[in-house]
Write a protein that binds this ligand. Sequence first.
Ligand code: NCD
Length: 350
Amino acid sequence: MQGRSKEVESRATPAESITPPTEGSNGASVRKVWQHRHLLDLDTLSMDELELLLKTAETMQGVLQRDVKKVPTLRGRVIITLFYEASTRTRMGFEMAGKLLSADVINITVGSSSVVKGETLLDTILTLQASTADVIVIRHGDSGAPYMAARVLTHTSVVNAGDGAHAHPTQGLLDLFTVQKQLGSLTGRKIVLVGDIAYSRVARSDLWGFTRMGAQVVLCAPPTLLPWDLLNGRTECQGHPFSSVEIEPDLRKAARDADVVMALRLQQERQQAERIPSLREYARYWQVNEEVLSLAKPNALVMHPGPMNEGVEISSSVAHGAQSVVEQQVSNGLAVRMAVLYLLGAPREQ
Ligand code: NCD
C-alpha cells in the first residue's frame, strides 16, 4: 500500500504547479481586483471582477486537461457543502472542485443532520464555522438565506449555490464562461432566455452577468413568468446594465438571429399559483424545438442549466442535438467552481 501511495505522490508532482492569473484586465493585482469574502450573486460584481473569474476558470480548465488533475492550492482548507434542496450538478461540481484543489470537503445533507431535530439555519452555520470551515457552500429554498449566513459569519466565506428564486451565481458564471469559450466573446451577443424567468434563480443571475458583460439579453416568457420585480423600471434607466434588455413573449420572433437560446425549467415547486393554463399549451408556444432553433443563427448554441424536462421546455432532439452545449455547461461548471473556491478560499497575501 505504501509503495502505491508513493507512486501516486510522485505522479502527482508535475501537476503541483498552477499559475492562476496574477492580474485583472486593467493590470491591477488579483487581490486588488478581487476583494470579496463571499459570492452571493453577480449583481455586485464589476466587469473587471467577472473577467478575472473567467480568466481564473480558464486556468483551472488547463489543470483539468492534465493527466493528474489534482493541485495543492487549497491544501489544509475546509469546505463544507450544506444543501437544503436537491442538487446533482451543483453539489457534485463543488465537491469535485474542492477535492481537485486538495481542500478537505465535507457534504452535509440536511435530511441526516441536526436540522431534522429542529436546529435553525443560524445555529447550523455557526456550528460549521466553529468546526473550522473556511468556506460554506449553501443551497436553500428561501431567498436570502446565504445573505443571512454571510452577515453572521465572522471568518468563513459563503458561496450561494442557489437561494429560492433569487440567485445562482456560479451557474451564471458557468453560462458566461460557456458562451465565451464557444463564441469567443460576449459583447453584442444575442442571448435569448426562454421560459420560467420569474422563478428561475439561474435566469436572474444570468441577467446580471450577461448584461454586465455587454451581451444583449432577450427575455421570452408568458407575462405571468416574467421577473417584473427584478426589472422594476431598470430597463428604462439609462446606463443600467438592464437598459438593453428586451422583452419578447413570441418565441418565434425572439429566436430570430439569436446567438444563444437558453431554455429554463418550469419551477413548479416555487410557483405560488397556476401561472400557465396547461403544460401542453405552454410547450406549444414556449418549447425550444427544431422549428424555433431554425430561426436562430446557423450555429447558435442551445443551453439549459439542467435538470431538463424534455418535451416541456425543450424537445429531446434539440436537447441532445449538434447545437446543444448542455454537457459542456456541466464540465465548464467544474472549472468555474474551482476558480470561485480558489479566489475565496486561498490564503490571503499579507
Ligand atoms: C438549477 C437550480 O437548481 O437552480 N439547476 C442547477 O443548479 N443546475 C435549475 C433548475 O432547478 O431548474
